[in-house]
Structures are given as structure tokens and as C-alpha cells.
Design a protein around this ligand. Structure first.
Ligand SMILES: Nc1nc2c(ncn2[C@@H]2O[C@H](COP(=O)(O)OP(=O)(O)O)[C@@H](O)[C@H]2O)c(=O)[nH]1
Ligand SMILES: [Mg+2]
Length: 314
């Protein structure tokens, strides 16, 4: 809804301007006299209609994302309470999402762990197999190179067939150093001898394999890494909840959600953040490493919810 303001020296003159510019159907929202001047705020019916329809569309679209009933009610109540203050519907939805979820795209140049402690590095990505960790490592390595942070990629994923080839090919192409570490000692040596940002790629973890989780925990705490949980969009929420419970034992500080491009419903993406208690930091929307991770903001999520991702296909 767009408000129009008119000022004149008499009420009649101000009303004449309203009628002239907005027509006979103009709706008077307020009129005040202040130090001899009359101020009228008015809107036209069609503005109300369009505004109302967009808000109605937002309420409808919230029903299409598989949100839990409680979260959906919470968002709708927040939108209702903010509608009059934020008349632009997508901004109002974004402001409501901002109150329910945490958004924190980390700054590669100034990383902070969950306790808010500033650290220079390393960053380790953890998550289930196929989540897109290695693709994210490649995208972060490109960003780090652009920022002149002199990145090195170290993998703890030496066993997976193809993992080394995948990493060798992009690190060679970008002229980024690449090492693998099978033991704590090897990991320490690579970290201490490199002067720059350390990006740690890990083995895809089966959360129900206690040995894998214990090994990852030992290696990552030894590396004193800031840990980022990488989860794909579109997972069954109950399965995701169970996985998150285990991954939380590795003390992640941030959440990256990948494969947003393969998703048209975003309740599950919100659920990943709500259940993990982790801030949405970046999202991946392409398998191509030249397509960077995008900072997750309330506006981005509001657009996903409103337009079901059609905004990505530009
Ligand atoms: N469509 C799409 N595919 C992705 C995305 N991120 C990763 N992939 C693909 O998902 C597959 C698994 O990714 P990979 O990085 O190897 O996963 P990892 O096992 O967690 O290291 C690969 O084929 C990637 O190209 C994304 O954001 N969108
Ligand atoms: Mg991998």
C-alpha cells in the first residue's frame, strides 16, 4: 500500500489536491493541522487492494512449504503484528523471519567460533556424504583466493574413491596448495607450516557410525577448527533432526545449506536451522564451483518462500 501526503494552507485546499491527484475514491488515512498547515495522508482503493492481495498471497504461500504448524503460526502472527509498520509484503515477511531464525554469513577474513572468539582459521566442513562439502570447499577456496587469503585445502577424505581426484583437479586449476592428512600429526604439520587460510574437507560422515564420528571429533578438535555443518535442502525433517543431533556433538558454529536449486519448499531449510540452533550462513544453488555460495539473509529466504526459487532461474 502506497501512502500519498498532501499539504496546503487550508483543509479544503489540501482536500482539493487529494481529489485532483488521487480521484474521488481516495481514502483519507489521516489529517492533521500543524502550525497553520493542513497535512492529509491518503491512499487509493487500488493501492489497498494490491497491498492486501500481496499479503494474502504471502499467507497462502506459507502454507505451501511444509512448515511445522507452530512455526507457521509464529510467522503469520509476526507478519500480522508488523503489517502496519512494514507495508511492503516481502520486507514484512523478511522482518518476521529475522525474528524467528538466526542469519550469520561468516566473514572469511574475520571468523568467529560459536563462543564469539575471533580466530584466524582453519575452517572445517562436516556433514553427511553427498551434502556438497567438497563443492563448498572449492567455492570457499575461490573466494579466499579473490580475498588474497592464501588458502590451502587439506582433506581428511583420503579414502573416498574420487575425492582426491575431485580436489586435485580444482586446486591445480586454481594453483591452490592441496594436502591430505590421515593422522593428527600429518594434519598438525600441514596446518602449522601453511601461512594462510586453512580449508579442511572431511569424509562424509554416517552419523550412526560411532567410529567415524569419534575419528572426526578427534581430528577436528586437534585442528582447533571452526566447524561448519553442511546439509542439503529437501531432506526428510525427522531424518535430518536425528542427523543434526549427532553432528551437534562435533560443535559446529555455522550452517551452510546446499542444493537450494533442487528444492521448491523451504520449511525443511528453516527446520535445519531451528533444530540445529545454528545460524543460516550461506546457501549453495549450483553444482558448478564457479557459482559462489550466497550469503543467507532474511530477504533471500523471503524470496525463496514467495517465489519458490523462480528468482534463481534468471
Ligand atoms: N544441484 C546442486 N548440486 C550440488 C550442489 N552442491 C553440490 N552439488 C553436487 O552434489 C554432489 C555431491 O557433492 P560433493 O561436494 O562431492 O559432496 P560431499 O560428499 O559432501 O563432499 C556433486 O555431484 C556436486 O556437484 C548444489 O548446491 N546444487
Ligand atoms: Mg567430499
Amino acid at each position: 500500500m502506497k501512502l500519498h501526503k498532501f499539504t496546503a494552507t487550508t483543509f479544503t485546499q489540501a482536500m482539493n489536491r487529494v481529489r485532483k491527484e488521487l480521484g474521488e475514491d481516495a481514502i483519507i488515512v489521516s489529517s492533521i493541522e500543524e502550525r497553520g498547515l493542513f497535512h492529509i495522508t491518503a491512499a487509493i482503493e487500488s493501492d489497498f487492494d494490491t497491498g492486501r492481495k500481496s499479503f494474502d498471497r504471502i499467507y497462502e504461500s506459507l502454507d505451501e512449504h511444509g512448515l511445522g504448524e507452530l512455526t507457521k503460526k509464529q510467522i503469520k502472527d509476526l507478519i500480522r503484528s508488523l503489517e502496519h509498520k512494514i507495508p511492503e509484503p516481502s520486507e514484512c515477511l523478511a522482518a518476521s523471519l529475522d525474528q524467528i531464525l538466526h542469519f550469520n554469513p561468516f566473514d572469511l577474513e574475520n571468523l568467529k567460533d560459536g563462543a564469539g572468539v575471533s580466530k584466524s582459521c582453519p575452517i572445517a566442513l562436516i556433514g553427511p556424504p553427498g551434502a556438497g562439502k567438497t563443492a563448498c570447499i572449492a567455492k570457499l577456496a575461490i573466494e579466499a583466493t579473490v580475498l588474497d587469503l592464501n588458502p590451502i585445502v587439506i582433506t581428511l577424505d583420503a579414502e573416498k574413491a574420487g575425492a582426491i581426484a575431485q580436489l586435485t583437479s580444482f586446486t591445480n586449476a586454481l594453483a591452490i596448495p592441496f594436502e591430505k592428512a590421515d593422522t593428527k600429526e600429518e594434519l598438525s604439520e600441514h596446518i602449522t607450516t601453511h601461512n594462510g587460510l586453512v580449508l579442511l574437507d572431511t569424509t562424509g560422515l554416517n552419523p550412526y557410525d560411532d567410529n567415524q564420528i569419534a575419528f572426526a571429533k578427534e581430528m577436528l578438535s586437534h585442528a582447533a577448527a571452526i566447524i561448519v555443518l553442511v546439509m542439503p535442502a529437501g531432506l526428510d525433517m525427522q531424518e535430518a533432526q536425528d542427523m543434526i543431533k549427532v553432528f551437534k556433538t562435533l560443535n559446529p558454529s555455522y550452517l551452510i545449506v546446499t542444493k537450494i536449486d533442487m528444492c521448491r519448499r523451504f520449511g525443511n531449510v528453516m527446520g535445519l536451522s531451528i533444530y540445529s540452533g545454528l545460524p543460516l550462513s550461506y546457501f549453495g544453488h549450483s553444482p558448478h564451483i564457479s557459482s559462489p555460495l550466497i550469503p543467507f539473509t532474511p530477504i533471500e529466504l523471503a524470496q525463496m518462500i514467495q517465489f519458490k526459487n523462480s528468482f534463481l532461474v534468471k
